[in-house]
Write a protein that binds this ligand. Structure first.
Ligand SMILES: Nc1ncnc2c1ncn2[C@@H]1O[C@H](COP(=O)(O)OP(=O)(O)O)[C@@H](O)[C@H]1O
Ligand SMILES: Cc1cn([C@H]2C[C@H](O)[C@@H](COP(=O)(O)OP(=O)(O)O)O2)c(=O)[nH]c1=O
Length: 230
């Protein structure tokens, strides 16, 4: 039987409209009578996110960059392994469509950002690919949609957004560190181009943010073009 599809919504900044766009795409596909399910990573509802919560609270270090990326990326990878195997695998193997708000792609962006040289980054990215997709046998995305929102806009959206997780505070260690935010955004553009992700520029030519609906139309068109061609 043909396996399902895995559609990933990603970005290089926090509070960039991933949840909003996942919801809009999910509702549209439900209206089209598709068999579709939505998931968010980290899976804060699961005990498998315990080490992630410790990390984002700063228990391994208040400065995200001081925490070994090989270690911190495994916290996220193990959470994905648990969530996939306990909640998603059967649905995916029976042909369902999964819409994921973040995935391995976030480890690729946020954790490789901690390395300075291209050689170190690429070596980490190869290791991560092997860990999550080969050793853990997690499915590779059918399609990655990258929402390009510069940090100066997303930090404004972050102020509007409700707190996501109890016990982490309004901002986690990634969100508190403006140097890391800027560096990670630059790094995300490198990673997005390295893996040929589908980039949506969320700003208009005049620098204003596109509406949720305008961005959704672009998300939907990419989805239709790519999935229909397969
Ligand atoms: N295009 C947009 N224009 C204005 N506000 C937006 C837009 N997209 C998202 N928002 C708002 O920004 C905040 C963060 O969006 P959200 O989808 O929760 O982001 P993320 O999942 O990336 O953290 C929310 O309050 C949301 O309603
Ligand atoms: C899923 C995932 C997230 N992250 C990072 C991205 C975020 O900075 C942080 C928490 O994710 P999340 O709560 O989704 O952030 P937000 O909703 O604010 O965008 O963890 C990784 O480093 N690796 C991963 O695999």
């Amino acid at each position: 039987m043909k396996k399902g599809e895995l559609i990933v919504l990603e970005s290089g900044t926090d509070a960039s409209g991933k949840a909003t766009q996942s919801d809009l795409l999910y509702n549209r596909l439900i209206n089209e009578k598709e068999t579709v399910l939505k998931v968010e990573f980290p899976n804060y509802k699961s005990e498998s996110s315990s080490l992630i919560k410790m990390y984002l609270r700063g228990e391994f270090g208040e400065d995200a960059e001081s925490v070994n990326p090989y270690a911190s990326s495994t916290f996220f990878a193990v959470d994905r392994y648990a969530t996939y195997n306990l909640e998603l695998k059967q649905f995916y193997e029976e042909g369902g469509i999964i819409i994921a708000d973040r995935y391995t792609t976030s480890n690729m962006i946020y954790q490789s950002s901690k390395f300075e040289t291209k050689e170190e980054k690429d070596s980490f990215l190869d290791w991560l690919w092997d860990l999550e997709f080969n050793k853990f046998a997690l499915p590779k995305p059918s399609l990655v949609i990258f929402l390009n929102i510069p940090p100066k806009i997303s930090v404004e959206l972050l102020k509007k957004r409700d707190k996501k997780v109890e016990g982490i505070g309004k901002k986690d260690i990634h969100e508190k560190n403006i140097n890391y935010i800027n560096k990670t955004y630059q790094n995300a553009m490198y990673v997005a181009s390295k893996y040929n992700w589908n980039i949506i520029n969320c700003l208009k030519d005049d620098g204003r943010l596109k509406t949720k609906e305008e961005i959704h139309e672009e998300v939907y068109n990419i989805y239709k073009n790519i999935i229909n061609r397969r």
